[in-house]
Design a protein around this ligand. Structure first.
Ligand code: DX5
Ligand code: ZN
Length: 228
């Protein structure tokens, strides 16, 4: 994947689903490179969002990179469906996988990039055994299930920890952060080590979506160590 980091990933969970196609076009106008799709099953998280058919519909209106975040139990049962629907990357939760290593291998066997997500209460040490396998580590900065929650400040240290581990062990994963990212904190979040900044409300609740994406991207870049 050839992209400039940090990259903003608008989460369509906060979009107006009655205008999904138009709002994705607005993301393109704002020069977004990724679209983040939040899949919730009502079991792993206390909310239900959408499934592979909507991901497929997103893929019909855009060629942007589809970053699919599975907040579902037993995600291994659905990997093939999401790859067929056009997912470029699939991220599963550490907490939702009995056989995490096997599930990550399955994602790769199907030709998608593989990510692992960790909830705020999960120690990052738990994912160390599989870090050589993953393309992305998603550090949750809210408890998953809903958009519009406040960023948990402890996340800064957790991002720094993942960045330090990557350089000391020569891993290749991107570091993603998801939840409560907005104009006020995006520079600091990026500075702490996030390469991928997922933002739902901060993008889709704005009056001018392309303008807001550009503003967020600019601040993320200004905060990033890569650009100073
Ligand atoms: C939370 C989801 C997030 C959420 C982010 O469970 O994984 O992607 O949509 O939304 P905001 O940016 O509104 O916190
Ligand atoms: Zn998400």
């Amino acid at each position: 994947m050839d992209i400039q980091l940090p990259v903003l990933a608008p989460s369509i969970l906060a979009s107006d689903y009655s205008k999904l196609g138009e709002q994705i076009k607005e993301c393109e106008q704002g020069d977004a490179k990724w679209i983040h799709c939040d899949i919730m099953d009502g079991h792993f998280v206390p909310n239900i969002s959408f499934g592979p058919d909507i991901v497929k519909a997103v893929g019909r209106v855009t060629d942007l990179f589809l970053d699919v975040h599975l907040m579902i139990e037993n995600p291994e049962r659905y990997i093939e469906h999401f790859v067929d629907a056009g997912a470029d990357q699939i991220t599963v939760h550490y907490e939702a996988c009995t056989h995490l290593h096997r599930t990550l291998q399955l994602i790769k066997q199907h030709g998608a990039l593989a990510g692992v997500a960790v909830n705020p209460a999960t120690s990052l040490q738990n994912i160390e055994p599989i870090l050589d396998l993953v393309d992305l580590v998603l550090v949750m900065s809210v408890n998953p299930g809903f958009g519009g929650q406040d960023f948990i400040p402890k996340t800064y240290e957790r991002l720094e920890e993942m960045a330090a581990l990557r350089s000391s062990e020569n891993y290749n994963y991107l570091i993603s952060v998801d939840g409560g990212v907005n104009l006020d904190n995006i520079d600091k979040v990026s500075r702490a080590g996030a390469d991928v900044l997922v933002a739902g409300s901060a993008v889709f609740k704005a009056k001018n979506i392309p303008g807001r994406i550009k503003e967020l991207q600019k601040k993320a870049k200004a905060g990033s160590k890569e650009w100073v």
